[in-house]
Every structure is written in structure tokens, then in C-alpha cells.
Design a protein around this ligand. Structure first.
Ligand SMILES: [Fe+2]
Length: 495
């Protein structure tokens, strides 16, 4: 008889966060409104979705198995498919009929030995005709974009230089190369960072090894024409703590927010400069570019509070979750200066935002629009209904709108899906290959807490006041992390 057969009643496993555990396909989902016929492609996203009941106490919400959703939008219809990534963890645990992987990123707590501990649950990223199911502690798994079948670890023909691979690789719109990095790149607790890039054909090109000033979380990064930027979140790792069965991460409020700046072409690891700013939790990067003076402009959401409040500081201190508020900051960095203390960042918007997206054609270049998940208490959301602890919680991010920030007017427009709705990360679907910046539709999964159902909302970026179409799912999908849009013409190339 199974010892662990019920998910815990903790908030991260209850209400909307109860594991979904569905695999399968449903054609012609219900639609209210009309999906613009010009939308033709696939929205891929991945959610942490424990396939087995964890044996770890209070397992964090994003330690579950990566379950990939694909929404194929065509002819004003949506066909849906969902399938778990067959990671080593998933396969071994399914065979055993129970969880075997221990604590988040602590192999010393596992029930059996794993070669790769990836949950493949953080991003599903299209590259070179395949999808990369990413978890930053491991190499990515390669997934078939049509069937969602797992094809194996992506080692780039055995040339993957790092034992870890970021969940946020970038595509340079000029060269088509994929910019990649791994941190703790020589194993748990190592300060080594590996930057590398991969040609559009999948060949590893440049590899640069750096040493970070602290062993800290580098969840996302950014690039410009001539530089690569590595923002360090002050969640720090200590190997001895891991060996004692402790947590991978511990918040350190005493260290700066470091930004590593590495020349992008022909650099050595010792060329990196680690700039410093006051302690903060930088979120995902919006973008970076070089201005006319040659300075690096770096935009990102950031907060002075520990967003991962379930991993407190060494004394157990953590912020009250509702007090965490990330603003849109702009750092301007002179890459040639010897003064490594950054000038104060400019606050571009005080709105509480995260999960930024820009028009990907402007990656590394000056951009004038950005889209976000947004928390705006003035939008009439019935938080008393939504925020019941049995319905939402456990670190699941709470955003009640999509935000559109216009850099020219400094205005943040909001799309609010309804009084009982929270948003997941949006993707931008360009109106055409050569449309103006940011023009098209936002597509985002929405949690409806009245029906406890999942919906896909499609919003024209030119009119954020309403959705042009709402697609209803017959299954509730748990909070996800990241996703990407693959346009039809790219999909054809993948066949
Ligand atoms: Fe992320």
C-alpha cells in the first residue's frame, strides 16, 4: 500500500494549485467571441505539476514535474494537447509509483540516485526545430513540437559545456544564435558561470567561463549588441548546508545586487565586471541595449523584498508576501568605468509588475513597449473571494491584469480579465512578420476563481479594454511558469 497517496492540504497543493496531472488532447475548445483568423501558430507553456505526491514536507510549488501545454490556434479554432516531459525523475517515479526526488535542488535528500534531477518545469523554448524544456539546474530536455514527445537531453551533439542550462535562453534577432548560460555550472555550490552561444544549426560556438563573487541565483540574463549581463539574485547556496539536508537557497540581505557585464564577442572570463547595487530581488529581465553614448541600458522589475519568502534569511526572516511589490527599474551602466558601484536606478513605473515580455525582434535593441503581468488593486478584483487560503497561496504569484507599458508616454494600460480572475504570463503574437513594434495580440492563461476553471484570453494590443476571444478549457491548469509563441510559418519549417 502506498504510504503517500494524498497531496498535502498546504496552499501550494490546494484550490487552483491542486496538481492537474492531466495528459491528453482536446480539439475545438469552446470559444466566446471570435479568434482573429490571422492568428496561426502554437502557444506552448509549461507548469510545475507533481505527478506523484512528494515525500518532502512543504515542498515548494515549483518543484513539480514539467507538464507542457500546447494550444494550436488555427482557423479561429484552438486544439489543445498536454503531456509531461519524460525526465529521468518522471520515468523513475512512475515506475516506482511514488516520489523519489527529495528537496528542491538538494540531491542529498533523494530516495534514489539520479544522473539528472531536472523537473523540466520552467520554460518551453523553441530552437532549431525543437522545443527545449528547461530547468536551470540541468541540461534541457528536447521535446517534439507536434507530439510533445520527449526526445532526450539536449547536449548539442555532446558539446554542452556546462552541467546546467538556463531556463531563459535568448535569441539574437540579428544573428539567429541562441545565447545561453549556466550557473553553478561545475556542480552544486560552485561559483562558476558558463556563458556560451549556439548557432541556428545547433552548434556550440563561443564558450566563456566566469567566476561569480557569490554563489547566488542567476535566473535570467540579458544582452546587447556588445555585452552580456548577468543579474545575481541574493539567494545564496552553500554546499555544506545541502549535505546536511538543508535548503538550496538562503536569502542574504547583506550582499549587494550584483550585475556581471561581459563583452559579448571574443571575451575571456576575466573580462567580466561585477557591478554593485543595493541589495534587491531583481526579477526577470525586460531587455537591455546600448544608448548613443555607448552606455548599457538595462530594464527589469525589482523589489527590495525576498520574493521567494519560503526561503528566508539565516535567522528565518522573510517578508509578508503581500508586502512584496516589484517596480520597473532602469539601470544605466558605463561598461568602461572602473567604479563598480552603479548609479541609482531610475524608477520607470511604480506599478507592481513581473513576467515581462517585449517584441522579440527588439531583443538587445532599444524598445518602446513592454508587456507584463500586473497587480493593480484599483481594478475591482474580488480579492476576498480569490485570496481564500484554501484557494490560492503557497507562493503562487498573484496578478490580476495584463499591463502594457509605453516608454514614450510612461503610461501603463491594463487589461483586467474579470473580478475573480488572475493572470498567468502573457505571450505576444505579432500581427505579421513586419508589423510595427509590439503590434498584435497578447495571449495568456487566466485562472477563473469563480468557476475554478482555466481560460485562454486573447487581447488585441491596440485595445487593452477587452478580450477579442476567450477560450474555455475543460480541465483546470495549475499556475505555470513560462511559455512561448511559435508562429505558423515557423511551425511549417519544423515539420
Ligand atoms: Fe523565469
Amino acid at each position: 500500500m502506498a504510504v503517500h497517496s494524498l497531496f498535502h492540504s498546504q496552499p501550494q497543493f490546494s484550490g487552483f494549485m491542486k496538481p492537474c496531472r492531466f495528459e491528453g488532447q482536446v480539439s475545438s475548445l469552446e470559444v466566446r467571441g471570435r479568434i482573429p483568423p490571422a492568428i496561426n501558430g502554437v502557444f506552448y507553456r509549461v507548469m510545475p505539476d507533481p505527478a506523484q505526491v512528494p515525500f518532502i514536507e512543504n515542498d515548494p510549488w515549483f518543484n513539480g514535474d514539467g507538464n507542457v501545454s500546447a494550444f494550436h490556434v488555427h482557423d479561429s479554432r484552438v486544439d489543445f494537447r498536454q503531456r509531461y516531459v519524460r525526465t529521468e525523475k518522471f520515468v523513475k517515479e512512475r515506475q516506482a509509483g511514488k516520489a523519489l526526488l527529495g528537496k528542491y535542488r538538494n540531491k542529498y535528500t533523494d530516495a534514489v540516485e539520479f544522473t539528472v534531477r531536472s523537473t523540466a518545469n520552467t520554460n518551453i523554448f523553441p530552437f532549431a526545430g525543437k522545443l527545449l524544456a528547461c530547468k536551470e539546474d540541468s541540461p534541457a530536455y528536447r521535446v517534439n513540437p507536434r507530439t510533445l514527445a520527449t526526445e532526450g537531453l539536449e547536449t548539442f551533439n555532446g558539446e554542452l559545456p556546462s552541467c546546467t542550462f538556463t531556463a531563459h535562453p535568448k535569441i539574437c534577432p540579428d544573428t539567429g544564435e541562441m545565447l545561453c548560460m549556466g550557473y553553478e555550472a561545475k556542480g552544486d555550490g560552485t561559483p562558476d558561470v558558463c556563458y556560451f552561444n549556439v548557432s541556428p544549426e545547433g552548434k556550440v560556438k563561443e564558450v566563456v567561463w566566469l567566476v561569480a563573487p557569490v554563489v547566488a541565483l542567476i535566473h535570467d540574463f540579458a544582452f546587447t549588441e556588445n555585452y552580456v549581463l548577468f543579474p545575481l539574485i541574493p539567494q545564496t547556496c552553500d554546499l555544506e548546508r545541502l549535505k546536511k539536508g538543508g535548503e538550496h537557497w538562503q536569502w542574504d540581505p547583506t550582499i549587494p545586487f550584483y550585475v556581471g557585464v561581459l563583452p559579448r564577442k571574443g571575451a575571456k572570463g576575466t573580462d567580466v565586471k561585477w557591478f554593485r547595487a543595493p541589495n534587491a530581488f531583481p526579477g526577470h529581465t525586460v531587455n537591455a541595449f546600448e544608448n548613443e553614448k555607448g552606455d548599457i541600458v538595462f530594464d527589469l522589475p525589482s523589489t527590495d523584498r525576498n520574493v521567494f519568502f519560503w526561503w528566508p534569511d539565516k535567522d528565518g526572516n522573510a517578508p509578508e508576501p503581500s508586502s512584496i511589490h516589484a517596480q520597473l527599474l532602469r539601470f544605466t551602466i558605463d561598461p568602461k568605468t572602473k567604479n563598480l558601484d552603479l548609479p541609482p536606478a531610475e524608477v520607470l513605473s511604480k506599478s507592481d509588475i513581473e513576467f515581462p515580455r517585449i517584441d522579440d525582434r527588439f531583443q538587445g535593441k532599444s524598445h518602446s513597449l513592454a508587456y507584463f503581468d500586473l497587480l493593480d488593486p484599483s481594478l475591482g478584483t474580488d480579492f476576498a473571494r480569490i485570496m481564500r487560503p484554501d484557494v490560492v497561496g503557497g507562493g503562487h504569484p498573484v496578478y490580476n491584469a495584463l499591463g502594457k507599458y509605453n516608454y514614450k508616454t510612461n503610461k501603463m494600460e491594463a487589461y483586467c480579465a474579470g473580478q475573480t480572475h488572475l493572470m498567468q504570463e502573457p505571450v505576444l503574437v505579432p500581427r505579421s512578420k513586419d508589423c510595427e513594434e509590439g503590434d498584435g495580440w497578447l495571449v495568456a492563461l487566466v485562472n477563473n476563481y469563480e468557476t475554478m476553471g482555466s481560460e485562454l484570453h486573447i487581447v488585441d494590443t491596440k485595445d487593452m479594454s477587452k478580450a477579442v476571444a476567450i477560450v474555455y478549457l475543460p480541465v483546470r491548469l495549475r499556475a505555470g511558469l513560462h511559455g512561448n509563441w511559435v508562429d505558423g510559418w515557423e511551425l511549417d519549417m519544423l515539420e
